[in-house]
Design a protein. Structure first.
Length: 354
């Protein structure tokens, strides 16, 4: 994964734009470029290691890009996010980055921002309706497919697994759920999947997993769609004597999504078996990069970028930069055709956060 810093000069920003199919505008700031753009970033929550890492990275990249930063935290509440958007508007921000967890309910706020010509970049999630300047996320369907191929391979195509879903009101929860289920049905029809909606709530995930393990003590795999369920899952497996080495016949194979440092450590220790590393650092970096590009009057087209990703057109008025999100396993092997990295690989952001 390419981690070259983005220079804050207009020349380099323009070269990046050209490499990504950018059609730049020949706009010259009336103040000679002396005014530092002010942008707003709404953090979606601060109760997970992944989002706390994103929060840590954001000011760093704002400084690198020469942006003044105002921040809020909507705490997984779309009403609070809408209120925060109004606050940003009143403060005169030139662009807003957000990660709406309810991807349907954010539409009215996006319409308000469009009316006021304030560009929006969404991170991690894509709104179901409305236009944004850019979506910065990874291919969430690939998350589900990678988890499926790993578990399907490890279980030899037979057995029972529990899928601890996120929030199905979120495009991420839907993408990961649909892809995992479709992959299992197509490639591993001998595996029974129990889907459990958890609303990204760790306590609820633990409760539902406990019920499934009681009803089906022969469950051999768990796919949790985010690290929100990590602590509760490991505690529950330990209580039941199932937190054993991968070579033990009692071992329950666990796949997560996020790539936080704790997941990488747990893979190395044999507590869990795989994760998909969702790039918290690059989410912060490119959210602000695209906000600055929007303020500078640049536009983008679908195609490969210079940072190992691809911009796709999701629908009219919505482009998505799909960043790299590799599978991570203990042996760095290939599973169902999916290559993986070892947990100590230095390219993983979870090994580089201070």
């Amino acid at each position: 994964m390419n981690r070259r810093p983005i220079a804050a000069t207009a020349a380099v920003a323009m070269s990046v734009a050209l490499l990504t199919g950018c059609a730049g505008s020949d706009n010259s700031p009336g103040d000679g470029g002396s005014t530092t753009p002010v942008v707003g970033v709404d953090y979606p929550r601060s109760d997970t290691d992944f989002w706390n890492s994103y929060i840590k990275y954001t000011p760093q990249f704002a400084t690198e890009l020469g942006l003044d930063l105002k921040t809020t935290n909507s705490q997984n509440d779309v009403a609070k996010l809408t209120s925060n958007v109004q606050s940003f508007i009143s403060q005169g921000v030139k662009g807003i980055a957000m990660a709406p967890q309810d991807t349907a309910a954010i539409a009215p706020a996006l319409q308000t921002l469009a009316t006021k010509k304030i560009p929006v970049v969404t991170i991690d999630t894509r709104p179901d309706q409305g236009k944004v300047f850019m979506v910065v996320r990874a291919d969430n369907r690939a998350y589900g497919e990678k988890a499926c191929q790993f578990l399907g391979t490890k279980l030899g195509g037979a057995g029972k697994v529990v899928m601890l879903q996120g929030d199905l009101a979120s495009v991420n929860g839907r993408d990961r759920t649909e892809a995992f289920s479709e992959c299992m049905k197509k490639n591993y029809p001998g595996i029974k999947v129990f889907g459990e909606a958890t609303n990204w709530d760790g306590a609820l995930a633990s409760q539902k997993l406990q019920i499934r393990l009681t009803e089906h003590p022969d469950i051999k795999g768990v796919y949790m769609q985010s690290s929100f369920a990590l602590a509760g899952t490991l505690q529950l497996l330990k209580q039941r004597g199932l937190l054993t080495a991968p070579t033990d016949p009692k071992h329950v194979f666990v796949v997560s999504n996020d790539g936080i440092p704790k997941e990488l450590q747990d893979i190395g220790a044999g507590n869990i078996d795989a994760t998909v590393s969702q790039p918290a650092d690059l989410y912060a970096k490119y959210a602000l990069h695209y906000l600055k590009a929007a303020i500078d009057g640049k536009t983008f087209q679908p195609g490969p970028t210079d940072h190992d990703s691809t911009i796709i057109q999701v629908r009219d008025g919505v482009l998505e930069d799909q960043l790299s999100a590799p599978l991570v396993t203990l042996d760095g092997g290939t599973y169902g055709g999916v290559p993986s990295l070892k947990p100590d690989d230095k390219s993983l952001w979870g090994n580089n956060i201070g």
